[in-house]
Design a protein around this ligand. Sequence first.
Ligand SMILES: C[S@@+](CC[C@H](N)C(=O)[O-])C[C@H]1O[C@@H](n2cnc3c(N)ncnc32)[C@H](O)[C@@H]1O
Length: 216
Amino acid sequence: MTYPCVWTVPIEVCLPFVIIFLKMGTADKVKWDARYEGKKAPGEPADFLQMIFSGSSWVIPPGRSLDVATGRGRNALFLARMGFTVDAIDISTEGLRQGKARATVMGLSLNWIEADLARFPFPDSAYGLILNVNFLDRLLIPQIKKALEPGGYVIFDTYLIDQQNLGHPRNPAFLLQHNELLTLFKDYRILCYREGKFSDSGKESFRAQLLGQKPV
Ligand SMILES: C[S@@+](CC[C@H](N)C(=O)[O-])C[C@H]1O[C@@H](n2cnc3c(N)ncnc32)[C@H](O)[C@@H]1O
């Protein structure tokens, strides 16, 4: 028997892979809910994000923005405070609960979306800014590019391969190779890029950080 959407692959062959794929999302949710349980405030916004918005080197006009894997929303809250409309997506119910609670205290309104990014349909040309901090799913890069409007900005800031020797994360799947971000966004105008050991919320880690602009 074949399944219509998988054409020639018999259902008994592809079903185990579908189940593994669905379980991966559930495992992430359980892991992150447990990590966030009992934590206090969402924490300070990422240093790189604050650097971009301090001073007048770059001017990113407030508009619709997306925070990919927002966690407890520390960066999403920062963008909302800067006047952006924010879609904040994460798989963790607990992370989003804490973000929402903080938003209420701050008098901010954000669109909190609980979803597995592996299955989230990004809207086309919808965002003026997309933020991706401390998260890496290379398969999402085409989606991020599609979801940015022409002239829109991407801020990408996550761990570099050198982090393996310093602490977590250690899994190479979640670590960027040297210059990899530059390759992934080679069709963008790169306004700022750096690699090295930088502080994020008072803790040092090896990171790659990029501000890029989608061609108009
Ligand atoms: C290291 S935290 C980063 C949170 C936030 N960006 C920050 O910098 O504070 C990684 C986040 O990715 C989220 N995550 C992991 N897998 C996910 C998935 N498949 N879909 C949506 N979110 C996911 C986790 O729930 C967690 O909140």
